[in-house]
Design a protein around this ligand. Structure first.
Ligand SMILES: C[S@@+](CC[C@H](N)C(=O)[O-])C[C@H]1O[C@@H](n2cnc3c(N)ncnc32)[C@H](O)[C@@H]1O
Length: 219
């Protein structure tokens, strides 16, 4: 699926998105995002890639020192984000082509986005370019784990009628595909370490389904 189709899908669900995510994670997503924030640099410009409705930037709060910038290819998501977080800056852009100068940020976050990136290595090179010395990349994502085949089975069977009813069949199939695309922490770590980052922190949440990981730019 091309970038434009992905952006369309997320734009179309932008109004439902926050409520759906909160329900689907039993409200846990908020504590994963707070955990990620607590492990990042507590200062400097912050870039949230695939910002969606801007929740990570909103949780950083108005008193965060440094610019809060969100990018996303889905314009509908950005419109919701701007309504929730009027002091943040939002741009329509892709993680694989960051429209920023070198060393512009101290933190780059991705909440539930990494598996959607179509060129993960290109994103990591871009993140490294826009990060200052000691800059961090923080990721929350559904990771590949022992229960992934069960989760996929449920999405294809029991959850399918509700998912298809809420989002439409094409979008539900896209979500199934994005879970198929998930990486284990070891795989993510190996890609980052090959590109000049080291793993500083990791944790599993939600019965091991969700990974929180922070990488520091070393080279
Ligand atoms: C599951 S949502 C996560 C939104 C938000 N970060 C959150 O935690 O609620 C995934 C977001 O990634 C965006 N996205 C998809 N492909 C992307 C890409 N290549 N670069 C940047 N963002 C992308 C989508 O448009 C969508 O808003």
């Amino acid at each position: 699926m091309g970038y434009e189709n992905v952006a369309d899908i997320f734009s179309q669900i932008s109004r439902l998105y926050d409520r759906f995510l909160s329900t689907a994670t039993a409200g846990q997503v908020h504590s994963w995002q707070r955990e990620l924030i607590s492990r990042m640099n507590p200062y400097g410009n912050w870039l949230d890639v695939g910002t969606g409705t801007g929740e990570v930037l909103k949780k950083l709060g108005d008193r965060y020192e440094g610019l809060r910038v969100g990018i996303d290819p889905a314009f509908g998501m950005l419109r919701v984000a701007k309504g929730k977080c009027p002091d943040c800056f939002f741009l329509q852009a892709l993680g694989e082509e960051l429209p920023f100068k070198d060393k512009s940020f101290k933190n780059v976050s991705l909440s539930l986005v990494f598996r959607h990136l179509q060129d993960k290595e290109r994103f990591i090179e871009e993140a490294k370019r826009v990060l200052e010395e000691g800059g961090k990349v923080g990721i929350i994502d559904i990771g590949r784990f022992r229960g992934t085949p069960v989760l996929l089975f449920l999405m294809r069977t029991i959850l399918k009628p509700v998912g298809s009813l809420l989002f439409g069949k094409e979008k539900w199939d896209f979500f199934i595909h994005s879970v198929e695309e998930s990486y284990s922490l070891e795989e993510v770590r190996s890609i980052f370490e090959g590109k000049g980052f080291c793993l500083e922190y990791s944790n599993r949440r939600f019965f091991g389904v969700v990974q929180v990981a922070v990488f520091v730019r070393t080279a």
